[in-house]
Design a protein around this ligand. Structure first.
Ligand code: MN
Length: 423
């Protein structure tokens, strides 16, 4: 067992019972305040712990960290260190927060300097993202979309169970939770219209996804096997892959998504490490037909992670519209990475690889409004009155994710975004 994952660990920092940030989590993120520039941190309970301050005070001595590892506006350099080093850092932070360890606990001056209330800091984009890929790896989602746009007999395309389908997305418009954005404008064409029109998107949708982030380069021409893949994955964030369904329908032939997808995607601010997710791994579905040898893998690499989507209309309470789970994937992260690099494509540190919309087997578990409202034919009621087929201006969409086992809960907090009217 990874030391920091021990369910018996308790922290001297107060951790509320339903907190995502238990001592078994120790995620990594970047925060700033009015007076402090962006720097690396972890989260524990309702607090943010400034790692750059701990570093200055010698708390990481002996761990072979380059100077000022945490006094940086992004985590790329830290993530790019050997896994043994980043794992040792997480274990060391866990030690410092452990109930019986007086080293930090009893150093009131350092505690004062290093801890902040989460509610008082601004979370920043945790990494610079050189490249972004979006997969399409939930069978229920692919089936639902196939039913709507083709027919139930041919819902999955012939390639779908043989390779993890994906496309290259846009890295520059990935933003952190809380960043407001405007409804996109673009071309759409109604089925009965002779010509396309230009207008604000009418069918704005979210996509509930998880994304993994790579921390090691394979170099152009080299493949990563499913056996090696774990070493290349630093951790995960929740990923809201906003989609303009009306624009998507008109533009996607024959090369796939473009402007319907690249106007904004929101990520949760804390990267939960692959290590922290380890106790929550579960087996995936039996893959039939049998996959090609380069996509075979050993062990359990699906994750029992509860996911939730809520819509909060302006000045109203939120309504939970979906509860899904990351375990509902057909293809896992090892297979996605092995497939992505099998042709020699080079991965970079900080790249994001989103799962594709994660939909579960029942309608309450669908991960997009397209599916929840079945293309607008089944409006979803809001608790505070009204209904939604898609997302309206001034709506806030909130996604949450947490895992629980053996009395330990870890999670991602929230990714939250408000839709402003088209510019
Ligand atoms: Mn997507």
């Amino acid at each position: 067992m990874i030391k920091a994952n021990d369910p018996k660990l308790k922290s001297w920092v107060e951790v509320p019972a339903n907190s995502d940030f238990s001592i078994q989590n120790i995620p990594f993120g970047i925060f700033k305040t009015d007076s402090l520039g962006p720097r690396a941190a972890t989260a524990i309970g309702d607090k943010v712990l400034d790692l750059s301050v701990l570093e200055v005070h010698g708390c990481f001595e002996g761990l072979s960290l380059p100077p000022e590892t945490f006094n940086k506006p992004v985590l790329n350099d830290f993530m790019g260190l050997d896994k043994e080093v980043t794992r040792a850092v997480r274990n060391r932070i866990s030690d410092l927060l452990e109930a019986d360890n007086a080293e930090l606990r009893d150093n009131s001056e350092l505690v004062k300097q290093a801890f902040f209330e989460q509610s008082e800091v601004e979370m920043c984009m945790p990494v610079h993202v050189p490249n972004y890929t979006d997969f399409y790896s939930s069978e229920q989602h692919a089936y639902n979309v196939g039913c709507m746009f083709r027919d139930p007999e041919n819902a999955l395309m012939p390639n779908w169970k043989h390779l993890p389908v994906g496309y290259h997305g846009r890295a520059s418009s990935i933003v952190v939770s809380g960043t407001p954005f405007h409804r996109p404008k673009g071309q759409t064409k109604a089925d009965d219209a002779a010509m396309p029109s230009f207008n604000p998107c009418r069918l704005l949708d979210f996509e509930l996804e998880m994304a993994f982030i790579t921390c090691k380069e394979n170099g152009l021409g080299n493949s990563i096997s499913t056996k090696e893949a774990e070493d290349y994955i630093f951790g995960f964030v929740i990923f809201n892959d906003w989609s303009a369904r009306d624009m998507q329908k008109w533009e996607y032939v024959p090369l796939g998504p473009f402007l319907a997808k690249n106007f904004a995607s929101h990520v949760s601010p804390w990267i939960v490490t692959m290590d922290a997710m380890e106790p929550f791994r579960v087996s995936g579905p039996k893959q039939d037909p049998k996959v090609l040898p380069y996509l075979e893998y050993e062990g359990d690499y699906h994750f029992d992670l509860n996911l939730q989507v809520a819509i909060q209309p302006e000045a109203q309470e939120e309504t939970v519209v979906a509860n899904s789970n990351f375990r509902y994937m057909y293809w896992n992260c090892l297979q996605q990475l092995a497939h992505h690099t099998v042709n020699g494509c080079n991965m970079q540190i900080g790249d994001m690889y989103a799962s594709g919309t994660i939909s579960g087997p029942t309608p309450a578990e669908y991960g997009s409004m397209l599916e929840l409202s079945w293309r607008g034919s089944k409006p979803v009621s809001m608790n505070g009155g009204g209904e939604r087929k898609f997302i309206q201006d001034h709506d806030t969409v909130i996604m949450r994710g947490h895992a629980e086992r053996n009395g330990v809960r870890i999670g991602f907090g929230e990714v939250k975004a408000k839709v402003l009217p088209a510019k």
